[in-house]
Design a protein around this ligand. Structure first.
Ligand SMILES: O=C(O)CCC(=O)C(=O)O
Length: 278
């Protein structure tokens, strides 16, 4: 399912789009399914900011989190054999599953500032892996995902304040001037796999009419020993629960310095509090 060229691209860049991994009928089903599911009282919805005066479209369509813990359709997608086969080829070992999310990103919704997922998941040793499936066409108008190719080789960076006019999350990471931020154009059913250290995020949805819905899962490398407590229970790809210890909050993080005219990261910073809300 993953060719040698695809694996090489993933290893070099930290991400890979697998086109058409899911059928059009499946993504049409998921779109309708989650538009209904969001009304279910069991949904753990992320309602930020709390100020309803802002008329924020994300208050009407907050992202849903950890649906697989009670919803069979989401659990089946998280453990789907097609995803497992792709990830097992990319990681050379079966991953463990820890998270699901659904982003509706309706017209005019803010995006999410550049960040690294392992800042939140705190997987040790190693990192996490995201599977990000487009349910709508995703392009620069409706706020597709953006990635910094090759940034998966950076350590977890110290964060700074994000521009919350453009991002619903309030922290971001600095990137050196001239770094290429690549828009990831995707069709429904395409799945983007990316390394937990890859810097990524998205800009606001500038479309007046088009949603940018995506179904997202996070996994950890199969030999990881620790993950942030909020991501328990950890599942094997057959659905059984596996014991993985909780990692510490905070820890060392990378800061950019210039050496011989080149930006390099030194792990000399210290992140005091890390909220596991990614
Ligand atoms: O879908 C987005 O806009 C951002 C998603 C994201 O950053 C993530 O899944 O980690």
């Amino acid at each position: 399912m993953i060719s040698a060229e695809q694996k090489e691209f993933f290893d070099q860049n930290g991400y890979l789009i697998v086109s058409g991994l899911f059928l059009q009928e499946e993504t049409a089903y998921y779109r309708d399914y989650y538009m209904e599911l969001r009304h279910d009282a069991r949904c753990q919805a992320d309602r930020r900011p709390k100020d309803p005066k802002q008329k924020d479209p994300l208050l009407t369509y907050p992202r849903l989190m950890q649906m697989h813990r009670w919803d069979a359709v989401t659990l089946a997608w998280l453990l789907d054999q097609r995803m497992n086969q792709c990830m097992t080829s990319l990681l050379e070992r079966e991953p463990l599953a820890v998270q699901t999310m659904l982003y509706f990103k309706p017209p005019k919704a803010r995006g999410q500032a550049l960040h690294q997922d392992n800042y939140y998941l705190r997987v040790q040793p190693g990192t996490c892996l995201a599977a990000w499936m487009a349910l709508d066409r995703c392009d620069e108008v409706n706020g597709c995902l953006q990635v910094v190719a090759g940034s998966h080789n950076w350590p977890v960076l110290c964060t700074e304040k994000a521009n919350t006019k453009a991002s619903f999350t309030d922290v971001t990471v600095p990137i050196p001037e001239g770094s290429q931020v690549v828009p990831v154009i995707m069709q429904p059913g395409d799945v983007l796999f990316f390394n937990g250290s890859l810097v990524h995020g998205s800009l606001p949805n500038r479309s007046r009419t088009r949603f940018r819905r995506s179904l997202i899962a996070h996994y950890i490398e199969g030999d990881s020993e620790q993950v942030a407590r909020a991501y328990n229970p950890v599942l094997r790809m057959d659905g059984s629960v596996v014991d993985v210890a909780a990692s510490e909050r905070g820890g060392q993080c990378g800061v950019w310095v210039t050496k011989n005219g080149e930006p390099i990261v030194e792990v000399t910073g210290y992140e005091v509090v890390v909220k596991a809300t990614e």
